[in-house]
Design a protein around this ligand. Structure first.
Ligand SMILES: C[S@@+](CC[C@H](N)C(=O)[O-])C[C@H]1O[C@@H](n2cnc3c(N)ncnc32)[C@H](O)[C@@H]1O
Length: 457
């Protein structure tokens, strides 16, 4: 069990110790590596890890290169808000769309954090630790219960851990200040897997299946207080960075495809985004614990609704459908040929073979059309879109998703300026490499990440 001393952390924060602010610096490369890994130690971004989130440095280099004056930045697939936070820190207004209510909540909480009363936050963290100590010492039962419809195959929390988690819910439930309650909720949600019997591998699964021991007991309150201290520290840093400026931000909890018209047409100066890759990573299933425990979904039906809105839907959602037709605006022969080849792969596997995966890839490219239309609608003339996207290997077939997206964007009238490839190997953030669905990424198939640069004429 990890033992932390949250109050000493808090004193560190009071003494003015600041996190590493990073910064693109004078010699920032043309485009920094878009991978999220470096965000794990950076202020504000480190609050919530997000698979396939991208790095602060990448966003900074995009902003520096394309937005010399104050402007409006859009991220249609905002995740936990890397683009939006960086846009605000650089003085730009920011708007984002995000269907996952947990990610949207994380983005909003980060973007509003600079308004937090830090003295009150500090006192509330101290109170939280005292509340826990008293409750554990006196064996007080928790009043809260686990979310009613949250079901898992194995026991999610061991009994001792569950007691501490429920006490935490009791405490959060009586915090009056909404901003502080939100910080507590986020601190709980972003640490809740650490002390559960589940882990990210990178999909969420039981610890025992990954060869890890169950967690029988854990200093839950200290882990959460540690996270809150980190947040307090970063909030102070953010207040200093903003220096009294208050750029606007708005996180819209709806699908970009359905709601892009809520952004004024021709208003966006720069779009920076990373849509889900064509690798079937299931953001909604993998955040089920956070969604249920924060009360953001209440049933399997709520989750299914999210699946249908997701970019490309999911293989599980479309594999059994009749052949899904490609949007007729896509006339590119290479795309059509690839999908036909994919459809014919491994027919003996039925919907688990090429047939099911071709339906998924087709839905994905149809959604590329919807994305490109939304981008065209929102960008001002000469406005740029930087889209970070990885290629894919489905049923052993390499799909150059970056080039296909560029071609599709051209078919709706955007200009494809360039495809930058900042690194050739992709590691760690894709289930493609786990062999779960596509088998081996065999010799001759390389996974890479690309930045597709589009422009509205
Ligand atoms: C690769 S992640 C983005 C990560 C983000 N760049 C960051 O650093 O946090 C893609 C996100 O798109 C969201 N998403 C998927 N379909 C969407 C849709 N139709 N509209 C809005 N968001 C969507 C997913 O929930 C996921 O959070």
């Amino acid at each position: 069990m990890r033992q932390l001393d949250p109050l000493s952390q808090l004193r560190l924060f009071e003494n003015g110790n600041k996190p590493n602010g990073g910064g693109a610096g004078q010699n920032a490369p043309r485009f920094s590596c878009p991978a999220f890994a470096s965000n794990k130690v950076l202020p504000v971004h480190r609050w919530v890890p997000w698979i396939a989130g991208f790095s602060r440095k990448f966003v900074q280099s995009g902003l520096e290169r394309h937005l010399q004056r104050k402007g409006i930045v859009l991220d249609p697939f905002a995740g936990v808000g890397t683009t939006l936070v960086e846009a605000n820190l650089a003085g730009h207004d920011a708007v984002g769309f995000e269907i996952n209510p947990y990610a949207a909540f994380a983005s909003r909480t980060k973007l509003q954090a600079h308004r937090t009363n830090l003295n009150l936050l500090r006192k509330t963290i101290e109170k939280f630790i005292r509340f826990h100590c008293t409750a554990i010492e006196n064996a007080i039962d928790a009043k809260a219960g686990p979310p009613e419809w949250f079901r898992t195959r194995g026991e999610f929390y061991s009994p001792k851990v569950l007691h501490k988690v429920l006490l935490t819910q009791d405490f959060i439930g009586q915090i009056e200040n909404r901003a502080i309650a939100d910080l507590f909720r986020l601190a709980f949600a972003s640490t809740m897997i650490t002390y559960s019997n589940y882990s990210y591998e990178p999909s969420l699964g039981q610890r025992v299946s990954a060869g890890k021991a169950k967690i029988e007991d854990f200093a839950v309150e200290k882990e959460i207080a540690q996270k809150l201290n980190e947040m307090a520290c970063d909030t102070l840093w953010m207040k200093e960075q903003l220096n009294g400026n208050n750029p606007k931000n708005n996180v819209i909890g709806r699908s970009f495809f359905d709601a892009y018209r809520s952004v004024t047409s021709n208003s966006i100066d720069l779009l920076i985004t990373s849509p889900p890759y064509l690798n079937n990573y299931h953001y909604n299933r993998n955040t089920r614990p956070q969604l249920y425990w924060l009360g953001l979904v209440h049933s399997a039906k709520d989750l299914r609704a999210l699946e249908h809105q997701n970019f490309g839907k999911f293989w599980q959602t479309v594999r059994e459908s009749e052949t899904i037709a490609l949007d007729p605006i896509i006339k590119n022969e290479e795309i059509i040929e690839s999908l036909n080849t994919l459809r014919k792969k491994n027919p003996e596997k039925g919907i688990y073979g090429g047939k099911g995966w071709a339906n998924y890839a087709t839905s994905y490219f149809n959604d590329c059309v919807r994305f490109a239309r939304g981008a065209k609608w929102s960008l001002r003339r000469n406005g740029t879109a930087l889209v970070v996207i990885g290629n894919s290997i489905l049923q052993g077939l390499t799909i150059p998703t970056d080039r296909f997206l560029g071609t599709i964007a051209e078919s709706v009238g955007l200009e494809m300026k360039d495809i930058h490839i900042p690194r050739t190997a992709r590691v760690g953030n894709s289930i493609i490499q786990s062999g779960v669905r596509v088998g081996k990424a065999t010799k001759g198939h390389h996974l890479y990440e690309a930045i597709v640069e589009l422009r509205k004429r």
